[in-house]
Design a protein around this ligand. Structure first.
Ligand code: DGL
Length: 284
């Protein structure tokens, strides 16, 4: 297994990759969607598995960790980075775009997951009642509520922090009774507000979508980010031809993580749908 020290990386000059950052392996749901629909590009996935979960950490810690990850991905040759992590998108994206990018990489881009998810939800809701489930950090940031109401001030947003769901997914728990008990506890208060649309505002929740669908029924729109992000990223590249032209198109996939437990390889491969062999990175 190779060990990588980020400070030794030169800035790479070839065709740029698309970087996907998540606090763990949940963002593989987003990478999977991208690779299915846009297989021609080169992707670098980075999961900060040694420091996950981010969802219970302070804003400052989330910003500092995310900036380190972004540094790593840009120095690894990425031209565009998608913050697949909702917690990082809520707590760090704006500052990275306004302060970090102009100072360090003015010709590169960082995209988040909150706005595309909010746009999709607003476009499908009929009764204007949208539920959001996410980590405690994302809910506390108010990012979803802000973006949804910016799109339509008449939207009623019902939010619920679900701190047990990330550990549930990370534990590979597949007992449907345990899963549905925990999910019902979180979802019942949202359903009692008659939401017609539910945003799964955390990378990991996509892996619970069937259990969630079972509880909420077929008449509720579930917004999953793998699908939404793929659609919005495809549109983004069409609108930014100059950036698209700089991207490498050799279908290369690389995976990096800050902790190489078997969990990343086993669960990561399960969630990505193909075998993953990550390389270890030290960010200290
Ligand atoms: N990736 C995070 C997110 O989407 C969830 C896991 C965590 O708390 O770090 O919010």
């Amino acid at each position: 297994m190779k060990e990588t020290d980020i400070r030794r990386f030169p800035v790479y000059g070839g065709g740029g990759s698309v970087g996907i950052f998540d606090s763990g392996f949940g963002g593989l749901s987003i990478l999977r969607g991208l690779v299915d629909v846009l297989p021609q590009y080169d992707y670098v996935y980075f999961g900060d598995t040694a420091r996950t979960p981010y969802g219970t950490r302070s804003s400052e810690a989330i910003y500092a960790f995310t900036e380190q990850a972004i540094d790593f991905l840009f120095n690894k040759g990425c031209h565009i980075i998608i913050l697949a992590c909702n917690t990082a998108s809520s707590e760090a994206l704006r500052r990275l775009q306004q302060e970090y990018l102009p100072r360090h990489f003015p010709d590169r881009k960082i995209l988040g997951v909150i706005i595309p998810s909010a746009e999709e939800a607003v476009s499908v809701t009929k009764n204007k009642k949208i539920g959001v489930i996410a980590t405690a950090g994302t809910i506390a940031s108010g990012a979803f509520e802000r973006e949804l109401q910016k799109l339509n001030p008449e939207i009623m947003v019902v939010e619920k922090a679900c701190p047990l769901l990330v550990p549930l997914v990370e534990a590979g728990e597949d007992d449907p009774i345990v899963t549905q008990l925990i999910l019902s506890n979180y979802l019942d208060p949202l359903l009692s507000q008659h939401i017609d649309t539910l945003i799964l505002g955390c990378t990991h929740y996509e892996f619970l979508v069937r259990d969630i669908q079972y509880i909420v029924g077929d008449n509720l729109n579930i917004i999953t980010q793998g699908r939404v992000l793929t659609k919005s990223f495809k549109d983004y590249l069409k609108r930014h031809c100059e950036l698209e032209g700089k991207l490498g198109k050799k279908s290369k996939l690389s995976f990096f993580s800050t902790d190489l437990s078997d969990k990343f390889t086993v669960l990561g491969s399960k969630f990505f749908g193909r075998t993953i062999i990550p390389e270890h990175v030290r960010l200290d």
